[in-house]
Design a binder for this molecule. Structure first.
Ligand SMILES: Nc1ncnc2c1ncn2[C@@H]1O[C@H](COP(=O)(O)OP(=O)(O)OP(=O)(O)O)[C@@H](O)[C@H]1O
Ligand SMILES: [Mg+2]
Length: 301
């Protein structure tokens, strides 16, 4: 088996459907013959197990972090989605919601040792350090948003924080670069570089090698957009507008791999036995099958 493709799923705004997309995309990939690992990295509000049609697992990430279980694999549990497992972040201790640097690193290193064709990492809402760290740790991400301006604004903030976090992490031990990039992250008004491209232009003479390294880091990203809760054909185009803004201001290409309609089936599926994709052959399954196919095509699987 080749190395797993690890994909984080985030989006900034709460309730836009990150866990719905994670669970159903995994189910669609499973239908297409792939093995799937799910990681619930929403440590403060883990509920991916519910979206997968499971009770809260008794064994979770917490047992790995406390050392009660030796490996991440040993805290994985089977899910109702064929050929898949879940590692749940549903801990009983509140401090798990905000792990320290060493704990985060232990999880991130552990993830790279797991086996599956695809590993889907469901992130919590917001753009906190833990969310940005998980975004930055893996080259592949799906940003989920609905078409409301507030959601788009949060999705943009999520991507921007994650990208700056990644750029900062690309210079371990380089306090000068870390300080400089942190200053750009926090800059407002006239002190701010309006686009990443303009930041690179400002830094080009002072540190050309570092600018090159940052551009390479950005080029290695495979970033995807899923527009959720779409209620009409004219909303579909909002996704295209958003990818244009991200390209212009953040110098990365965000590939619009599909949308999901607003449908009561999704809500209803939560009371049944698993992701909506497994329960019907209707529009939900069609939308997620298309998203899964587009994703595999771009990632060449
Ligand atoms: N396309 C859709 N149509 C109808 N309802 C949806 C759709 N997508 C998600 N929902 C519903 O919206 C609610 C929030 O979805 P979900 O839990 O997936 O969001 P989330 O982004 O993971 O939230 P959180 O930020 O709390 O982690 C759920 O009740 C879900 O069933
Ligand atoms: Mg969620």
């Amino acid at each position: 088996m080749s190395e797993p493709l690890i994909i984080s799923v985030g989006g900034g705004k709460g309730g836009v459907g990150k866990s719905t997309v994670s669970s159903n995309l995994g189910a669609a990939l499973s239908r297409q013959g792939y093995s799937v690992g799910y990681i619930d990295a929403d440590l403060g509000g883990a509920n991916l197990h519910t979206c997968l049609g499971m009770r809260r697992p008794a064994i979770t990430l917490q047992h790995f972090l406390t050392g009660e279980r030796p490996t991440l694999e040993s805290v994985s549990v089977k899910t109702p989605v064929p050929n898949s497992w879940l590692i749940s972040g549903a801990g009983e201790f509140l401090e798990l919601a905000n792990p320290n640097f060493a704990q985060k690193q232990k999880i991130l290193n552990g993830i790279k040792t797991l086996t599956a064709d695809y590993i889907i990492v469901d992130l919590g809402a917001g753009s906190s350090t833990i969310v940005s760290d998980f975004f930055a740790a893996f080259p592949n991400n799906i940003t989920v948003t609905d078409s409301l301006p507030t959601s788009l604004e949060n999705a943009y903030a999520f991507l921007k924080s994650g990208i700056f976090r990644g750029l900062i992490r690309a210079f371990p031990g380089r306090e000068d670069m870390q300080k400089l990039l942190t200053a750009y992250t926090n800059a407002r008004g006239a002190a701010a570089a309006p686009t990443l491209e303009s930041m690179f232009a400002q830094l080009q003479t002072k540190c050309p090698k570092e600018v090159e390294a940052m551009k390479e880091w950005l080029d290695a990203r495979r970033l995807f957009l899923v527009l959720n809760m779409v209620r009409g054909q004219d909303e579909v185009r909002i996704g295209e507008g958003f990818t244009g803004i991200v390209q212009k201001y953040l110098s990365v290409s965000l590939t619009y791999i599909g949308y999901m309609l607003y449908t009561p089936e999704i809500r209803a599926s939560l009371r049944k036995l698993g992701p909506a994709v497994m329960q019907s052959d209707t529009q939900v399954a069609e939308c997620f099958d298309a998203i899964a196919r587009n994703l595999s095509a771009v990632l060449k699987r």
